[in-house]
Design a protein around this ligand. Structure first.
Ligand SMILES: Nc1ncnc2c1ncn2[C@@H]1O[C@H](COP(=O)(O)OP(=O)(O)OP(=O)(O)O)[C@@H](O)[C@H]1O
Length: 213
């Protein structure tokens, strides 16, 4: 399995954010996208997630389930947590498990976890019958993360994944990210915080006008 971006251009609000971006990400690899504020890291992740269409260029996933798009092979873990506040934490996960369809291309074989098992793993079991509106910011992030485990998909798109997490939760997140790579998954993450994943590629976005000639 390989995620390939060819000659991508992305526009936001009528302005070109970047152009001519290409990369290839093999299975079981992470890709850390770095660059200054406003350079287009979140926009790239949103394009990979199918939320912002590219103005030019192509995305493809070699070795994918043929009837599914790149976005249908991906989980998007963005700034907003996609948590329904009126549902309990358990109901949130049951909803996502019913709503999302898994993608299990060759070489990617993790089992879906049950909502209650992943709540326990992420230290949220005591909140299972609590409306998600009552969770703290860090607990809400952990619930958003739990969604990635109830429906296995090989590509994780993670925008500043450590935000709002305490030190222990951040360490657990890094372990889970590494386990995802070890299972043959891929992670594209935009971050200002150094993250340890192995093997890992980097993609530095830079303002073309400020790049050396
Ligand atoms: N919905 C939108 N409408 C118009 N412009 C937008 C929209 N979303 C983002 N932009 C613009 O696109 C550019 C890239 O934004 P983006 O959020 O991708 O940057 P970023 O590299 O992730 O920044 P940061 O490090 O601050 O999170 C910025 O100039 C931003 O103002």
């Amino acid at each position: 399995m390989k995620l390939i971006a060819e000659n991508l251009s992305i526009d936001r609000g009528g302005r070109r954010v970047f152009t001519g971006l290409s990369f290839a990400l093999p299975a079981a690899h992470g890709l850390v996208v770095t660059g200054p504020n406003g350079i287009g890291k979140s926009s790239l992740l949103r394009t990979l997630a199918g939320l912002v269409p590219p103005s030019q260029g192509q995305l493809s996933l070699e070795g994918a389930e043929p009837e599914k798009t790149v976005a249908e092979h991906a989980h998007y873990f963005g700034h907003q947590s996609a948590v329904k506040p009126a549902l309990t934490t358990l109901e949130n996960l049951v909803f996502w498990q019913d709503f999302l369809s898994p993608a299990l291309p060759a070489g990617f074989t993790p089992q879906a976890q049950s909502p209650s098992a992943i709540l326990e793993l992420l230290g949220l079991e005591h909140t299972s019958s609590l409306p998600a509106a009552y969770l703290s910011a860090g607990q809400t992030r952990r619930l958003a993360l739990a969604r990635l485990f109830v429906c296995p998909r090989p590509i994780w798109l993670m925008d500043e994944p450590t935000s709002a997490l305490d030190t222990a939760s951040e360490a657990l997140l890094l372990q889970l990210m590494q386990a995802h790579l070890d299972n043959g998954g891929m992670i594209v993450t935009a971050t200002h915080t150094p993250l340890t994943m192995s093997p890992c590629l980097t993609l530095q976005l830079a303002d073309e006008e400020e790049s050396p000639a």
